[in-house]
Design a binder for this molecule. Structure first.
Ligand SMILES: C[S@@+](CC[C@H](N)C(=O)[O-])C[C@H]1O[C@@H](n2cnc3c(N)ncnc32)[C@H](O)[C@@H]1O
Length: 246
């Protein structure tokens, strides 16, 4: 498994599946902007923004958004959607560890279970980079489905079948014990087109993530069980974190 697998994984078919299958972003936006007290018109950085799921919805609400993503296909899609909808949002192709240190954003987002792509030194660099986009007092909102607390209690190696319109997907997960990594094997099919690819999430405990966030200059780190508002717990499927740039 190449450590930079994400440079080639996020092509048209996997991206199109995610565009069809991903949940509506409005609940994430409502939860995070309320918890972090971020008014409309505020400056938002969304990284990795993918095809603009949250960025486009935020721009439609009047936020001033810049989205960064490594996938040119996703960035092109987001730009097209913004142009079609007449939205004023900026999308740039960038590696998530290499963000302009503008220190002026009011809110930074990392959503769609994108935090675990990098091993710890890379995650450390990403958290420093995203902290560098925020003004002091700016908020961070992120989610992660691959904490040890989420992955290990319920991991099954069974193949799951998913569908989104004419795209069908078979997915199976495997836990690499010595590397503390979750390998997700996918077979995407749309008519004659087939893409087989493996995604990798480095698995971190919740406490470890809190420590990494604090080391990167974040305070008031709060860990939720999804969007329930309740504290994160063993077996919860999705960790949602809010934090404030010191
Ligand atoms: C599952 S998508 C989530 C996108 C978006 N946040 C959402 O919730 O819809 C993951 C995205 O991370 C991007 N990505 C993966 N590794 C990256 C990296 N090292 N730097 C920048 N973007 C990266 C991929 O190109 C992909 O668009």
């Amino acid at each position: 498994m190449q450590p930079d697998w994400y440079e080639t994984f996020f092509t048209a078919l996997p991206n199109e599946f995610w565009r069809r299958a991903a949940p509506d972003p409005q609940d994430d936006i409502a939860f995070l902007t309320a918890r972090l007290d971020v008014p409309r018109g505020a400056r938002v950085v969304d990284v990795p923004c993918g095809s603009g799921r949250h960025s486009l919805a935020l721009a439609a609400l009047g936020y001033r958004v810049t989205g960064y993503d490594i996938s040119q296909e996703a960035i092109d899609h987001a730009r097209r959607r913004a142009a079609e909808a007449g939205l004023d949002a900026t999308f740039r192709r960038a590696e998530m560890r290499d963000l302009p240190p503008s220190r002026d954003a009011d809110l930074a987002l990392c959503l769609g279970n994108s935090l675990g792509y990098l091993p710890e030194p890379g995650l450390h660099d990403f958290l420093a980079a995203i902290a560098g986009t925020l003004r002091p007092g700016g908020g961070l909102g992120l989610d992660f489905n691959a904490t040890a607390e989420s992955v290990l209690p319920g991991l099954s190696g069974e193949t799951r079948a998913m569908h989104a319109g004419d795209i069908s997907v078979e997915a199976s997960a495997q836990y690499d014990v010595l590397g503390s990594r979750l390998l997700s094997h996918y077979r995407f099919q749309q008519r004659d087109a087939v893409v087989e690819a493996t995604a990798l999430h480095h698995v971190y405990t919740c406490a470890h993530l809190i420590a990494l966030l604090e080391a990167a200059g974040f305070a008031d780190v709060r860990c939720y069980d999804g969007l329930s508002g309740e504290q994160f717990r063993l077996g919860a499927g999705r960790l949602v974190v809010t934090a404030v740039r010191s």
